[in-house]
Design a protein around this ligand. Structure first.
Ligand code: C2E
Ligand code: MG
Ligand code: MG
Length: 639
């Protein structure tokens, strides 16, 4: 039997350590032994049973890998054993090969039907027996392998699925976290944190989309620029938290004024942008403008109610500028620029209003920008000079003071009048260094005049509201300039407009008190043009009031102005203040003012503002001649 080849798979099983076990059931010991010999040669363990009953018992105790079952046995025959076995074990679990002497094929078929896996006939051909046994064992092994492999595979699939589920979940979580972060970023990139409104970047994009749509459908959207008036003042006075709250409330009011389809955005600071969509195609320009005008009125109205912030009732207004597509610009840049220009016009027209863009505005805005940029270099380039206008004592006819008036001869733009550049200097804060220069220069000049004999002469200097703000160096500059030139406090007086009083803050009150302590006299300039209330006049120690030239120029023509000038003079006197009249151009005006006991006269009647050396000539002419009040030849100063 050495030529018997073991199937490689069985060898594998044997080599892997598991020895196969075959139960041989036969009542003939001879046959059992013969079979045992053959199988053991193939390295198979053999158990024997001599009858069916024993066989079953052995099987139930320890299931073999295969049963070789004799059919004809005394007692329980092979077929009965087979039938019993098949109740518990399938053909795959326990292969049974019948050893039979049965001759007819129908009997064999029947045996196979009962669940035999195969058969060998007696007398036994051992080669055939081996072939059938090894074949069955191999099939069983293969089936077992397959089952094992399958269950292994199932296990792996289960494990893999579990792993996949876990990593799927992780992935889902990661995606969720990432989406959240992206949303957050998106929000930060597109929305203003303080107010929750779209920011500049989103607004620019929306405007771009609106214009694309409008081009296609012939719509006329409108862009509005809005800037809060004097917001900085609120921030400086009440603090940033109050400023923030005010901006939030302003955003709420603005949003209420717009429709849902419109965009209200915050560009930064106190600047807002509104994109007002047009929902009706072929709107006539006229109609559209009326609609926008209503929105403008609604917004101004919305700001008219006081803002309740941190227990204070704050009043804040807004200035707006509108630019309409496509009339005022057919791309977003142009529209933005023009809405901004129109907004500036609103500011210049006194704030708390709205304006529509018009092409002339651009030229003005360009000029303003030019002035602003040139102004930044004007000090360095020595482009400023001071001119002096005499202020004459109406009784003696002598010059007692000189008002220092700033002149700017810009290298690139030529002469620019103070009315044009002072507001810009105030807005940009450049008035602080410029104002310092004015004080220093005026002190140097008055020192020269006093040293050359005009010992009582003093100079008045105009100061802006901005110079009265905290941390401006006004008091220090005056103290230093007086000291440097060895001058007493009465050498210089300050002219304040009512604006300084209007913007009354703690710091301006403090600064005024400090100036008073130093002995610096204060004068209210342009009296009658602002809204200064009488209470301001009482609260601060003003030395004089300067009546605005608009009243003087009409004093002989308008009964109203005549009454007003008389009233101001009477009021000033009763408060112990002296009166200066500016803008006096004629003998008639002068006579009227002398009759009304106005102490000081300033105006072209005596002289325009002139350079320092010309002023000296005026001094010599008027004061040394001890002239009575009379007109001098008008000197060729630039007004
Ligand atoms: P203001 O302080 O009211 O100065 C008087 C203005 O009236 C001056 O104009 C002066 O030239 C002009 N004026 C004087 N008499 C007559 C007259 O009889 N007829 C007419 N038509 N005008 C007369 P100016 O120099 O153009 O100054 C304009 C304003 O600019 C000043 O008004 C003042 O508010 C401001 N300003 C000038 N210099 C300074 C400065 O150094 N600092 C500040 N903060 N403001 C200044
Ligand atoms: Mg003045
Ligand atoms: Mg004035």
């Amino acid at each position: 039997m050495t030529e018997i080849k073991l199937a490689s798979e069985i060898q594998e099983v044997i080599s892997s350590g598991r020895i196969l076990n075959v139960l041989v059931v036969d009542d003939s010991k001879v046959i059992r032994s013969a079979i045992r010999e053959i199988l053991e040669l193939g390295n198979i363990q053999v158990t024997e049973a001599c009858n069916g009953k024993d066989a079953l018992e052995l099987i139930y105790n320890n299931v073999p890998d295969l049963v070789l079952l004799d059919v004809v046995m005394p007692g329980m025959d092979g077929i009965s054993v087979l039938k019993t076995l098949r109740k518990s074990y399938s053909k795959f679990q326990l292969p049974v090969v019948l050893v039979t002497s049965l001759g007819s094929s129908s009997e064999i078929v029947q045996a196979l039907d009962f669940g035999a896996n195969d058969y060998v006939t007696k007398p036994v051909d051992f080669d055939v027996l081996w072939a059938r046994v090894s074949n069955q064992l191999m099939q069983k092994q293969t089936a077992e392998y397959l089952r094992l492999a399958q269950s292994n595979l199932e296990k792996q699939v289960k494990q893999r699925t579990a792993e996949l589920n876990t990593s799927n979940q992780q992935l889902k979580n990661e995606i969720e976290v990432r989406l959240l972060a992206e949303n957050q970023l998106q929000k930060q990139a597109n929305y203003d944190e303080l107010t929750g409104l779209p920011n500049r970047s989103l607004a620019t994009d929306r405007l771009y989309q609106t214009l694309l749509k409008s081009k296609r459908h012939n719509l006329k959207p409108c862009l509005a620029f809005l800037d809060l008036d004097n917001f900085k003042y609120i921030n400086d006075t009440f603090g940033h938290a109050a400023g923030d709250e005010l901006l939030r409330e302003a955003s709420r009011r603005l949003t209420e004024c717009a429709r849902e389809s419109d965009t209200v955005a915050r560009l930064g600071g106190d600047e807002f942008l509104l994109i007002l969509e047009d929902d009706r195609a072929n709107n006539s320009g006229q109609l559209r403008e009326t609609g926008i005008r209503h929105i403008g009125e609604r917004i101004i109205e919305a700001f008219s109610a006081p803002f309740l912030i941190e227990g204070h009732e704050l009043n804040i207004t807004a200035s707006l500028g509108f630019a309409m597509y496509p009339k005022d610009g057919d791309d977003s840049n142009k529209l933005m620029r023009h809405a901004d220009v129109a907004m500036y016009r609103s500011k210049n027209e006194g704030k708390n209003t709205f304006c529509f863009y018009s092409p002339e505005m651009s030229a003005k805005a360009m000029m303003r920008m030019n002035i602003e940029s040139q102004l930044r270099q004007a000090l360095e380039n020595n482009e400023f000079t001071l001119h002096y206008q005499p202020i004459v004592d109406s009784k003696s006819g002598k010059i007692v003071k000189a008002e220092a008036l700033l002149r700017w001869d810009c290298e690139n733009l030529g002469m620019i009048t103070p009315d044009c550049f002072i507001p810009i200097a105030e807005e940009t804060g450049l008035i602080i260094p410029i104002g310092e220069w004015v004080i220093e220069t005026a002190c140097k000049q008055i020192k020269k005049w006093r040293d050359s004999g005009w010992i009582d002469l003093c100079v008045t200097v105009n100061v802006s509201a901005r110079q009265f703000q905290a941390n401006s160096s006004l008091v220090e500059t005056i103290r230093r300039s007086l000291k440097k030139n060895d001058l007493p406090a009465d050498a210089i007086q300050l002219e304040l407009t009512e604006g300084v009083l209007m913007k009354e803050t703690e710091s301006s009150a403090e600064i005024m008190a400090l100036l008073e302590d130093m002995g610096i006299k204060l004068l209210i300039d342009d009296f009658g043009t602002g809204y200064a209330s009488l209470s301001y006049l009482q609260r601060y120690n003003f030395d004089s009031v300067k009546i605005d030239r608009s009243y003087i120029s009409n004093v002989l023509l308008s009964r109203q102005d005549e009454k007003l000038v008389k009233a101001v003079i009477a009021m000033a006197k009763s408060l112990g203040m002296s009166v200066v009249s500016e803008g006096v151009e004629s003998k008639g005006q002068l006579d009227f003012l002398i009759k009304e006991n106005c102490e000081f006269i300033q105006g072209y009647y005596f002289s325009k503002p002139v350079q320092a050396d010309e002023f000296l000539t005026l001094l010599k002419n008027m004061n040394e001649l001890k002239s009575r009040v009379k007109p001098l030849k008008i000197v060729s100063g630039r007004a």
